[in-house]
Design a protein around this ligand. Structure first.
Ligand SMILES: Cc1ncc(COP(=O)(O)O)c(C=O)c1O
Length: 400
């Protein structure tokens, strides 16, 4: 299936500004249909969710549609899809809920590859109940987290393993299936942060074997919100704090207050947009999504090769991500140059190339970059060779 990047770009008003965007891992640009869906949903008859009036039915449709869209996007049961304001918020909520079942002697595994949102909530929740944290270490030479590195900290005491589907700075994609099998062997739960992986690959949570998997819509052309998925039967076993009159049914009991129906409409539109990017001969929305994401992954991998080899040829550069299986995201710095200065200078050239630890604090520290981090260039569905050429031309001028 061919991937027509120019056709895809025509849907994004923000690309007409002339900016070359390499900040996709921090949040992607959004196609017009997503904005239109949000505007439409919030201005048509809308009431609190129910099934009596037209306005109640509209709200109901968005909630059901949101869960079905997530179900198709990541291959999960829509009845186990929980809406969240952000992935950080969802992980804080679930860490506190899950910690109700932990105590002294229990262990929770976090990794040095993860964004802090899949690290600190677990550390804080474990500390609050006297449970112990174990670290799955990053091999700083290969920038991999192997199955063996996770196995090394697993035991019959392990309650949960929290790990990312992909590192949001160095791009490392751990062997999730292998790790999941090891986690389940000791009877622990497998909690996967899919925020950086979901925009770059066809996801099947069933295939991965994650007990919890989530992502943020604003990283994949949708509005600023997130979703978490788990088997409804697993959600049933968790008891969380909630208001007395609020429903106790799953997944609603994990969603506090009134849902943002208009954002849910935007999420549905984003998933439909993904399905139509390169649908091939897919018939169902799920089939079209898988075709689109496979075509996108191939396109991004080829562009990554061009980006990475071009950056690697620049004088004084260090590229940090070395894992065999990676997302199209590179993390790098230049000897004798401050990364933030380069970020600011590139902004003046209308190229978005941010520098930071990007909240992957443990990665930054493990790689010897302290808390400052480095430059990150991430590809997105609308990235082109021309964007890469502008990035390289700009960098050449700055480091000359
Ligand atoms: C891998 C990863 N996990 C989690 C997050 C946090 O997501 P949210 O902003 O939805 O809390 C990010 C955001 O950059 C991320 O890249």
């Amino acid at each position: 299936m061919t991937y027509d990047v120019h056709k895809i770009r025509s849907h994004f008003p923000s690309l007409n500004t002339g900016l070359a965007f390499f900040c996709g891992p921090g949040g992607s640009q959004v196609p017009l249909v997503v904005g239109a869906a949000i505007a439409h949903a919030i201005t048509k008859p809308i009431s609190n969710r129910n099934t009596n009036t037209e306005s109640e039915k509209n709200a109901e449709e968005y909630v059901v549609g949101f869960r079905e869209a997530v179900g198709d996007l990541i291959d999960v049961d829509p009845r186990g899809v929980v809406y969240g304001r952000s992935w950080t918020q969802l992980t804080y909520d679930f860490s506190r809920t899950l910690a109700k079942n932990w105590g002294p002697g229990d262990e929770v595994v976090v990794s040095r590859l993860d964004h802090d949102s899949n690290v600190r909530p677990w550390i804080q929740a474990a500390e609050a109940v006297g449970a112990t944290i174990r670290w799955a270490e990053l091999d700083t030479k290969t920038t991999e987290i192997s199955v063996a590195a996770v196995e090394a900290v697993l035991s019959s005491k392990t309650k949960l393993v929290a790990i990312t589907g992909a590192g949001n700075t160095i791009g490392t994609r751990p062997d999730l299936r292998g790790i999941g099998a090891a986690v389940h062997k000791v009877g622990a739960l497998f909690y996967v942060d899919g925020v950086h992986l979901t925009p770059h690959a066809a996801i099947s949570v069933k295939d991965i074997g994650a007990d919890f998997f989530g992502f943020s819509f604003y990283k994949l052309m949708g509005p600023h919100c997130a979703a978490l998925a788990a088997a409804p039967a697993l959600l049933e076993t968790l008891s969380n704090d909630k208001l007395l009159p609020a429903t106790n049914i799953v997944p609603e009991r994990f969603e506090f207050g009134t849902l943002p129906y208009e954002l849910m409409a935007g999420c549905i539109a984003a998933v439909n947009f993904i399905a139509e990017m390169a649908p091939g001969n897919g018939v169902t929305r799920r089939e079209k999504i898988v075709n689109s994401m496979n075509a996108l992954e191939k396109y991004e991998d080829e562009l990554l090769e061009y980006l990475e080899s071009s950056v690697a040829s620049l004088p004084g550069v260090t590229l940090y991500g070395k894992a065999k299986h990676r997302t199209p995201t590179i993390y790098f710095s230049f000897a004798g140059h401050n990364s933030v200065d380069i970020y600011k200078a590139m902004a003046l050239k209308s190229v978005t190339l941010p520098a930071s630890n990007f909240y992957a604090l443990e990665v930054s520290r493990a790689l010897g970059l302290g808390d400052a981090g480095a430059l990150r260039a991430g590809l997105a569905p609308y990235s082109t060779r021309d964007d890469v050429n502008r990035l390289i031309a700009g960098l050449k001028e700055l480091i000359a």
